[in-house]
Design a protein around this ligand. Structure first.
Ligand SMILES: [Zn+2]
Ligand SMILES: [Zn+2]
Length: 343
């Protein structure tokens, strides 16, 4: 059995490694990949602008599949099970791992960075990071468990609560999911802003209560028009720029909370530090996930996140899929690859 595995050999190129699939050993599980989504970080890699990934590298870490074979020590799953993979590799022995904060593992890496990309026919992982996919969740929805875990991690760190007024700056897939989860967690108002209107529409369909098309509308003006507005309780910065972080700091109320989720390409920025004192601002970062997958799998069954998948391709058309995902004119939110079935 031959596995085709998509790889970025150099900027803006895609090729496939072909390797014989080996039988899983010990706690390993071999799966046939059923759906695999392109992530924003795959696009950074594709453009060779990812700060911590060097080319060539295999890609794909948002995926699910069907168990084909299990190693002799696997007890929790068997052939035919539908599963989703948390694509982290942590050591289990460093101080962070022992404390239960495996997201801070000193030796943290991701399966695709170690040559196990999921833009492929097959994947072998360890039982510890594999979860059963509930029957009501489709393959393509299952592939959203990973980005949804990122959004959930941010919302859980923010402790979004009943009646909160929430602002989300940036309507990429993570921003849209944060808006949806915030509403679900009890927020009264969820305002989301972005320059791309089709993404704002998707956010409104999933629970955002108001959208602001940045560039066309003035966020400050729209917000001051909202009834009884004294600022947001929580602002999620999901872009990663100086301007949007400033906006978040200005638009939260006194003692408001800013959660930074965006990846800053330019890290050296200038902010008005006096706001921390004057407004008693709180700022928290959120990255990745830690024990968030079970919540994501539950929520995927409750909320229609599948509508974020806008484009579908076969594995052999991975280049075309990447070109679609990077093209701002393609109106893509999530692009999904189907290795073993027609899209
Ligand atoms: Zn991702
Ligand atoms: Zn560790």
């Amino acid at each position: 059995m031959i596995n085709r595995m998509g790889r970025v050999p150099e900027a803006l190129k895609i090729d496939f490694l072909e390797k014989e699939v080996i039988h899983p050993k010990g706690h390993e599980v071999l799966l046939k990949i059923k759906a695999s989504c392109i992530c924003g970080s795959d696009l950074h890699i594709y453009r060779n602008r990812h700060p911590s990934v060097k080319l060539p590298v295999t890609i794909g870490h948002e995926f699910c599949g069907e168990v084909l074979e299990t190693g002799d020590k696997v007890t929790g799953m068997q052939k035919g099970d539908r599963v989703v993979v948390e694509p982290v590799i942590n050591c289990g022995t460093c101080e962070s791992c022992r404390r239960g904060e495996y997201n801070f593992c000193e030796n943290l890496t991701f399966t695709y960075r170690e040559g196990h990309g999921a833009m492929a026919d097959y994947f072998t992982g360890t039982e510890e990071h594999i979860f059963k996919l509930p029957p009501e969740i489709s393959w393509e929805e299952g592939a959203l468990a990973e980005p949804l875990s990122v959004a959930l991690h941010a919302c859980r760190r923010a402790q979004v609560g009943l009646g909160d007024k929430v602002l989300v700056i940036g309507a990429g897939p993570i921003g849209i999911m944060i808006a949806a989860v915030s509403k679900r967690m009890g927020a009264k108002e969820v305002v989301i802003s972005d320059v791309r209107e089709f993404r704002l529409t998707a956010a409104l369909n999933l629970g955002a209560t108001k959208s602001v098309c940045a560039g066309k509308e003035d966020l400050n003006k729209v917000i001051s028009d909202l009834s009884s507005h004294k600022g947001f309780d929580i602002a999620f910065e999901c872009v990663g720029s100086e301007a949007t972080l400033k906006e978040a700091m200005e638009l939260v109320k006194n003692n408001g909370l800013v959660i930074d989720v965006g990846i800053f390409e330019k890290t050296d920025i200038t902010i008005d530090a006096s706001l921390y004192v004057k407004k008693e601002l709180r700022l928290k970062g959120a990255q990745g996930y830690c024990f968030d997958f079970p919540y994501a799998l539950w929520l995927l069954g409750e909320m229609p996140f599948g509508q974020l998948i806008t484009h579908r391709f076969k594995l052999e058309d991975l280049y075309e899929a990447m070109e679609t995902a990077v093209n701002p004119m393609a109106d893509a939110i999530k692009v999904c690859i189907f290795p073993s079935q027609s899209p």
